[in-house]
Design a protein around this ligand. Sequence first.
Ligand SMILES: NC(=O)c1ccc[n+]([C@@H]2O[C@H](COP(=O)([O-])OP(=O)(O)OC[C@H]3O[C@@H](n4cnc5c(N)ncnc54)[C@H](OP(=O)(O)O)[C@@H]3O)[C@@H](O)[C@H]2O)c1
Length: 225
Amino acid sequence: MPTALIVGASRGIGLEFVRQYLEAGWNVFGTHRGEDDRIRLRDLGAHTLRLDVLEPNDVAGIAWQLDGERIDVAVVNAGVYGPRTSHIAQPPTDEEFDLVMRTNVLASMRLIPVLAPLLVPARGTLGFVSSRMGSIAEAGAAYGMLYRVSKAAVNMTARLAHAEYGGQGLRVLSLHPGWVRTDMGGPNADVEVDASVAGLRRVIADPIAWPGGSFFDYRGQSLAW
Ligand SMILES: NC(=O)c1ccc[n+]([C@@H]2O[C@H](COP(=O)([O-])OP(=O)(O)OC[C@H]3O[C@@H](n4cnc5c(N)ncnc54)[C@H](OP(=O)(O)O)[C@@H]3O)[C@@H](O)[C@H]2O)c1
């Protein structure tokens, strides 16, 4: 039975990854912060791990809690958007910058050396849930500046992980889930969470069609960095 680890599994896209991998018969680890979320994940049939990605001790704790596990797919999904007002004309405060960059970028950097040794033996896949808003090539509007900058940095982090571990058989992907109806995406988003995750799982499942070191959306389209 293959094993998946979903980082940030309490709701939205992460929770749907847990649901779909469980439904497909996988062994699933899901991380959470809240106790209610732990119970929901447990009741679904997932193994639960407490992880606040802002806490270095929690990240280190994942390493020993998963010691000896062989992970086929790890999805780094935890993320925050930050201030909706962030714009080139309205830069973030220190606090806003710290929260978004530490959650989206620093945590991704810290998780790579913890997750890679668990994934390499399985020649597994490490997927970062990034965003098309992080594409520098496509940048055409200044709204969501802080989030965009953070996801551009996530993309670079993913590419560097691929450069470092690709030779050992680890496949690293940057993934765009679409504009998805979740707490973050809001009610006007145009993609249902189940369709987004089904599409991302299809991309993750096929290393020939969707090779590592690349940036793909949930429909399997290649995106420009
Ligand atoms: N929705 C979209 O349209 C869209 C589009 C492009 C990319 N994305 C990306 O997709 C990912 C998931 O988004 P979503 O729409 O599902 O968002 P969401 O509903 O707001 O869920 C965010 C998830 O991140 C977790 N998280 C946030 N800060 C954390 C921390 N410090 N430690 C651990 N977990 C933390 C949350 O856990 P708690 O419940 O504990 O807060 C929750 O599980 C994000 O990386 C987002 O940037 C979303």
